[in-house]
Design a protein around this ligand. Sequence first.
Ligand code: NAD
Length: 264
Amino acid sequence: MHGLMQGKRGLIMGVANSHSIAWGISKALAAQGAELAFTYQGEALERRVRPLAAEVNSDFLLECDVENIESVDRVFSSIEARWSGLDFVVHAIGFSDKNELKGLYADTTRDNFVRTMVISCFSFTEVAKRAANLMGEGGSMLTLTYGGSMRVMPNYNVMGVAKAGLEASVRYLSSDFGPRGIRVNAISAGPIRTLAGAGISDARAMLSWQQKNSPLRRTVTIEDVGNSALYLLSDMSKGVTGEIHYVDSGYNITSMPTLEALGR
Ligand code: NAD
């Protein structure tokens, strides 16, 4: 299948390097003809993102730190100036102090709770509002979540609480924008080795557990997530909104370790 995204223009937020989930999504979209703009968080990451953007024929790069609302506003003003409209947006942004991605959730500090919520949860609402203004009638928005929102995962702590809020935001935003034909969905990805993923204590153990205990007996790749994102961002999923779509080798349906993992 070719040209699924031909004529569509979209913003990708959250590429840090070639291991980023947002990069897996970008490759899948560009291969189907999408025209992409990228945000990067600060100069150091610009040096990594610029050559990646060039690989998918994009020179449209914009600095954005979602803690600074003026920088978010500048992104959407620049998109309006260059493209005048927008067909889709990908929000693949998350952050929490790594000192609190271990130990007890109960020890989360107020400062880190608020910062984690603003960056990992509320920024999607702020982005969605601005993106919807450029979408007119019809468009697709996507964010990234993790199963630690629904069930307790060791060390995920405050990020799990932020992802629960993010998933609820997906439902409310899809209701807000649905009458205009704008769809809002999330992919709940299984653990993947990325910069953000490495911030979670014992991430390696989580990857190995997933590989041993998910129905597909493997971890997922950024290409797996990219192809599912392609479906959710293209007209193939025109009747789908408010969904949390699991791309986790089926891990979320399991209720106990496999018999192999138990040595039976
Ligand atoms: P990544 O480190 O490659 O991407 C995280 C991105 O968030 C980076 O590009 C970083 O610059 C950006 N970011 C952080 N704070 C920001 C800020 N203040 N302003 C703007 N951007 C900011 O890691 P990733 O794993 O690709 O993460 C992408 C998304 O996927 C995150 O929401 C993450 O929670 C989610 N996710 C990751 C996994 C996993 O196992 N890696 C699993 C499920 C969901």
